[in-house]
Design a protein around this ligand. Structure first.
Ligand SMILES: Nc1ncnc2c1ncn2[C@@H]1O[C@H](COP(=O)(O)OP(=O)(O)OP(=O)(O)O)[C@@H](O)[C@H]1O
Ligand SMILES: [Mg+2]
Length: 255
């Protein structure tokens, strides 16, 4: 096997990137796929969600930053379950912007996953809420990007600029980067402005928009409290994302 690499991104805070990336990793691993989730955000939220640790201290000097500098993620991979592995992030990841080693800074992640790419079905990458070097690395390393769209005005405005970053990644070494789709999240069907933005995005981006829309739901929000492995409301927290995963699988080509 060769992993299909998917980034979850938008240069906007709190749009559900980490929640959706983590849920995708969990659900795909639960379906029997071998998944590696990589945290490219120095906030370490994906690390917290998958590991169940509130504190990032246990990962000190064993994170994606060290993996990028070393040139291989393999020694830094942690195990959440048989099928779900991850590489952690902490605050020090921002220092990667100062990297002055032998390879182009934007290709560090692509190189670092190269040796393990045959060991997984999927490598899923979470990104920070900005167009930093971490996001550029994720886009250069990926086959697909899932664009996260919170049904809110600022998120709508962010999409064209994010599209420019995708073009940038295609022009700078990753010509085959594809958009898996635009995923609308955190929608509130009682709010007319939410509904209007959703209509607008569908009109503009047509089939690029996933048919599944993720509503705001308390059990999904509480995943950050209960996690995946000891969660009394796991069914409510995961059921909508199961539809998203079905759609995602129909849109990406597995290698
Ligand atoms: N569908 C949902 N329903 C309810 N709450 C949600 C949902 N999705 C995410 N949340 C909550 O909203 C907040 C933001 O979600 P998340 O951390 O996934 O966004 P993010 O885009 O990764 O944020 P950041 O830009 O800070 O990395 C979190 O508190 C999360 O638990
Ligand atoms: Mg996040």
């Amino acid at each position: 096997m060769t992993a299909t690499v998917i980034t979850y991104s938008l240069q906007k805070g709190g749009v559900g990137k980490t929640t959706t990336c983590g849920l995708s990793a969990f659900l795909l691993s639960d379906m029997g796929y071998k998944v590696l989730a990589i945290d490219m955000d120095s906030q370490g939220n994906l690390t917290q969600l998958i590991s169940g640790y509130d504190d990032l201290e246990p990962f000190y000097q064993e994170t994606i930053k060290e993996a990028l500098e070393f040139g291989d993620v393999d020694p830094f991979i942690k195990v959440a379950s048989d099928n779900l592995h991850y590489v952690a992030a902490d605050d020090y990841l921002v220092l990667i912007a100062d990297y002055k080693g032998p390879i182009p800074k934007s290709t560090l992640l692509r190189k670092a996953i190269d040796k393990v790419i045959e060991e997984y079905d999927f490598i899923l990458i979470d990104t920070p809420p900005n167009l930093s070097i971490q996001t550029v690395n994720a886009l250069i390393a990926s086959d697909y990007v899932v664009i996260m769209f919170e049904t809110a005005k600022f998120s709508y405005n962010a999409i064209p600029r994010f599209m420019d970053s995708i073009t940038g990644a295609r022009d700078n070494g990753n010509p085959n980067l594809k958009i898996a789709g635009i995923l609308a999240t955190l929608s509130d069907s009682r709010r007319n402005d939410n509904k209007e933005l959703l209509e607008l995005i569908k009109e503009e981006y047509k089939d690029l928009v996933f048919k599944t829309t993720i509503p705001r739901r308390a059990a999904i929000g509480r995943l950050s409290v209960y996690g995946f492995f000891d969660n009394p409301e796991l069914r409510q927290a995961t059921e909508i994302h199961r539809d998203f995963i079905k759609e995602l699988l129909s849109r990406v080509t597995q290698k």
